[in-house]
Design a protein around this ligand. Structure first.
Ligand code: CTP
Length: 402
């Protein structure tokens, strides 16, 4: 069988250099690749670099007659099993969404019915701009797979979503796109396709003063694993994460928060959802009045922290008019795990409680032994790695919401 062939369109952004590594990975996976370099892209890397890495001629202009007779723009896309736009600049996304064809790259994209995977990379403000978000939504609606950019420090000195995902992660999405039966969109055919899943994860930090906070030992691993498992089953996942050092799972929309009140507001803004799984270890209390300046030792009286209760996000959601059809809470207990979980199920008004004994090293650890507590009864699972707990839980959820 012929190996898969990729048409790689390299746009004009500083992340263009990462396309070089992507070509290497595509070829290492046994695929062939041909590149189209936009005028902007050629400001960052040269056709020679791409030609050497792909071992194929590189195309840059629509008006190259020799190529129009021998390898026209229609042929370029027709021979490809997948078109990858990487980096996809704000300008390229806008032109794709509007159907503008004013260059070789945009003409190929308009003239094709080959699946397209766009990998955006741009300044955080450009990514968050309403126009870009509108274009991305339109493209997804049109069937283009648009990967969410990574969060982090950017070449322009700013911080936030907009970084090109690592080439290894892009490669995973290329392989997933190639594995999809033709005509299906990303996730289509999977059990949770079309379902919006809201997940909270990690701890919350409640400030005492500008340098100190109240926290807990939650690592966010279990919640992030659940987000990854839900996305792998085709769900549209919105992950509201407390302060953790974990990478965003592929295909997941992540909203970072710090405090319980910020988490509650982010959950509210992410509604409506079909399914909500609240895994976060939300701080029950915050300081009633966080100090504006660092609290100093006075040499005499010790500072007294006055606490106030945080909103209960799970209980609030259970009584909200927009309550998800399936609402799952977690319970971190150190004794009488199932009994406490049953009481919590009734008290909070959710459908299931996933209860775990956190008296050992579960918080921050790699494994978890859980009990699924519902009105119908209790199902206890043996100790499993957190990603397996996540997969089993999402498969169980997919079975009931189907
Ligand atoms: N939870 C929440 N908002 C809070 C506290 C907890 O949404 N302010 C959610 C958690 O995400 C979890 C569930 O409620 O899904 C249970 O959390 P847990 O900390 O075990 O329960 P608490 O409400 O804190 O009860 P207790 O401290 O009495 O065990």
């Amino acid at each position: 069988m012929k190996p898969p062939h990729i048409l790689l369109i390299v746009g004009g952004g500083i992340a263009a250099y990462k396309a070089c590594e992507l070509i290497r990975l595509i070829r290492k996976a046994g695929m062939t690749v041909r590149c189209v370099l936009t005028e902007g892209g050629a400001q960052f890397i040269t056709p020679m670099t791409l030609a050497a890495l792909s071992e194929n001629e590189v195309f840059t202009t629509l008006w190259d007659l020799k190529n129009e007779t021998e390898m026209g723009h229609i042929q370029l896309s027709r021979e490809a099993d997948l078109i990858v736009v990487c980096p996809a600049t704000a300008d390229l996304l806008a032109k794709m969404a509007a159907g503008i064809s004013d260059s070789l790259a945009t003409t190929v994209l308009l003239a094709t019915d080959t699946p397209v995977l766009a990998v955006p990379a741009m300044n955080v403000r450009m990514w968050q701009h309403a126009a870009t978000q509108r274009n991305v939504a339109r493209l997804r609606d049109d069937g283009v797979t648009v990967i969410d950019p990574d969060d982090g420090a950017m070449a322009c000195g700013e911080f936030g979503p907009g970084r090109l995902p690592e080439p290894v992660a892009i490669m995973e999405r290329i392989e997933a796109a190639l594995a999809r039966p033709s005509g299906l969109r990303e996730g289509q055919g999977l059990p949770l396709y079309g379902k919006r899943v809201l997940i909270t994860a990690g701890p919350t930090h409640e400030p005492i003063d500008p340098v100190r906070y109240i926290a807990n030992r939650s690592s966010g691993k279990q919640g992030f694993a659940i987000a990854a498992a839900a996305a792998a089953l085709g769900a549209d996942v919105h992950l509201i994460a407390g302060p953790v050092h974990l990478p965003t799972p592929p295909g997941v929309t992540r909203i970072d928060v710090e405090t319980a009140r910020e988490m509650a507001a982010a959950v509210d803004a992410a509604l409506p959802a079909d399914i909500a799984i609240l895994v976060a270890a939300v701080a029950d209390w915050r300081t009633a009045d966080a100090a504006d300046q660092k609290i100093k030792k006075t040499g005499g009286a010790l500072p007294v922290l006055q606490l106030a209760e945080n909103p209960d996000i799970l209980a609030g959601l259970a009584h909200d008019a927009r309550r998800p059809a399936l609402l799952v809470g977690f319970a971190a207990e150190t004794e009488n795990v199932v009994e406490h979980a049953q009481a919590k199920l009734a008290r909070k008004g959710c459908d299931w409680i996933v209860a775990n004994d956190v008296s050992g090293d579960v918080m921050g650890g790699a494994d978890n032994a859980v009990h699924i507590v519902t009105a119908q009864g209790v199902e206890s699972w043996s100790n499993l790695p957190k990603d397996q707990v996540a997969r089993k839980l999402m498969e169980k959820i997919a079975d009931v919401v189907r």
